[in-house]
Design a protein around this ligand. Structure first.
Ligand SMILES: C[S@@+](CC[C@H](N)C(=O)[O-])C[C@H]1O[C@@H](n2cnc3c(N)ncnc32)[C@H](O)[C@@H]1O
Length: 150
């Protein structure tokens, strides 16, 4: 349920229109300034506030193992509708705690939080950054994995 999640106000009501607008922008155009940070080798990638799934689908199509977090039911539904063949795994979870992702005790080489941070206040950003740091391979290597594994 997105109803009590800070930052999601208004998204459910406008989900269909927003999803159609966002879909017009490609993953590459949307992330051009940071494309060099996206791993080339297949990696575990977390997309937080994944919206209607364009980026999660593109990353999965590149061979990455993608977990997409989106608290708004209507946007998760749009993602599954737009990209039915995508291998991205979807979770109804949210910042600042990312409780479900953290409960899975998995870590990621890369975390996207694209156009989401502005929805959190300073205290939530601090907690959210702590939660994200805790999910990074570079900070907390997966058991049995080398930090270089990606
Ligand atoms: C401007 S959209 C960006 C969507 C997508 N990342 C993109 O770049 O196209 C902001 C997204 O953040 C999500 N969001 C808002 N508050 C959130 C929170 N507390 N935790 C996780 N996602 C949140 C919204 O539901 C929405 O999907």
């Amino acid at each position: 349920m997105s109803i009590d999640v800070p930052g999601t106000e208004g998204y459910a009501e406008s989900a269909a229109a927003l999803a159609n607008e966002w879909r017009k922008i490609s993953f590459r155009d949307h992330h051009r300034p940071v494309l060099h940070l996206i791993p080339r080798a297949p990696s575990r990638v977390l997309d937080v506030g994944a919206g209607m799934g364009r980026d999660a689908a593109a990353l999965a199509a590149m061979g990455h193992s993608v977990v997409a977090v989106e608290p708004v039911d209507e946007l998760r539904a749009a993602a599954i509708n737009f990209y039915p063949a995508s291998n991205a795994a979807w979770l109804d979870d949210s910042l600042p705690e990312l409780c479900l992702v953290r409960a899975k005790a998995d870590t990621f080489s890369t975390v996207l939080v694209t156009a989401v941070w502005m929805h959190l206040d300073e205290a939530q950003r601090r907690r959210g950054m702590g939660a994200i740091s805790d999910l990074l391979d570079a900070i907390r290597p997966r058991r049995g994995a080398s930090p270089k594994d990606g």
